[in-house]
Design a protein around this ligand. Structure first.
Ligand SMILES: [Zn+2]
Length: 268
């Protein structure tokens, strides 16, 4: 829990600390905005037109269960099953062939056709899906993470608490699937807020039912937060290929479980 102050502190030191905190938050917010503006200038081809902010929830926390280490697949065509999570960062030398989509977003070219087909069929069903985030550079991921940390500090968290919670809401740079190029955040254009109620939108209901047919999975299910290390995100879809997607979605498991990258003591 985040206590804004200790009751034993004197009022004077409280005022002084509050002023310092506000100054730091303002300075950080200004810096973060500048980085985002610079980022949008230099990376306009891959940045979303707008990045809906994850609604911070101060009291929410994900207790993670550290799994055994997982070995990345060799170059055997299993690129689609690459595991990137808090315990398995993206390899530093990982290279991606990006392709720009019509929506001014970019993904790994190997999943682009499946993504376009899924969205096209969703539109044919009379719905209005919108990709709000796709491939991200390390710099973009860092900016988003920093912004989340500052937001939580502004709500009263200590820096340590803020950094820990932020990592469950916006993955630490280097551990985000968005840097893999195989993940997209899709919202209903009628309701673009990234919060759990996104699951009730017609677009999410359609995607959750049909995503596997195109090789995508809902990557961070509600009941798997301890295994994924990430909060429930009913907007984040990950390409894993049709065969794996079918098995994962039908069995109601997460990618960590499918790959055997969870500890036998882990809760399910
Ligand atoms: Zn995402």
């Amino acid at each position: 829990m985040c206590n804004k102050c200790d009751s034993s502190e004197t009022e004077r030191s409280h005022r002084s600390r509050s002023w310092l905190l506000r100054s730091l938050v303002l300075l950080a917010a200004f810096g973060g905005t500048a980085v985002l503006l610079l980022g949008s200038h230099f990376h306009s081809s891959v940045l979303p037109r707008s990045i809906p902010q994850v609604k911070p929830t101060v009291n929410f926390s994900v207790s993670r269960v550290a799994p055994p280490s997982w070995q990345p697949p060799e170059e055997t065509g299993t690129w689609n099953l690459m595991l990137v999570n808090p315990w398995n960062p993206l390899p530093e030398d990982y290279s991606i062939d990006l392709v720009s989509l019509n929506s001014n977003q970019s993904v790994d070219q190997r999943c682009a056709a499946a993504l376009e087909e899924m969205l096209s069929d969703c539109r044919t069903a009379g719905l209005s899906p919108l990709i709000c985030s796709s491939y991200r550079t390390q710099a973009t991921q860092q900016s988003l993470y920093n912004a989340q940390v500052y937001e939580l500090i502004a709500q009263g968290c200590s820096r340590e608490e803020a950094e820990e919670q932020a990592a469950t809401m916006v993955a630490l740079p280097g551990t985000s699937e968005h840097q893999l190029g195989l993940a997209v955040d899709i919202v209903d254009s009628e309701y673009q807020i990234l919060e759990s109620s996104q699951e009730n939108t017609p677009v999410q209901r359609w995607l959750m039912e049909h995503c596997w047919e195109y090789g995508f999975i809902l990557r961070y299910p509600k009941e798997k937060t301890q295994l994924t290390g990430i909060i429930y995100e009913p907007w984040h879809y990950r390409y894993v290929g049709k065969e794996a997607a079918k098995e994962i979605m039908n069995a109601g498991i997460c990618l960590e479980e499918y790959l055997g990258a969870v500890s036998s003591q882990s809760p399910t």
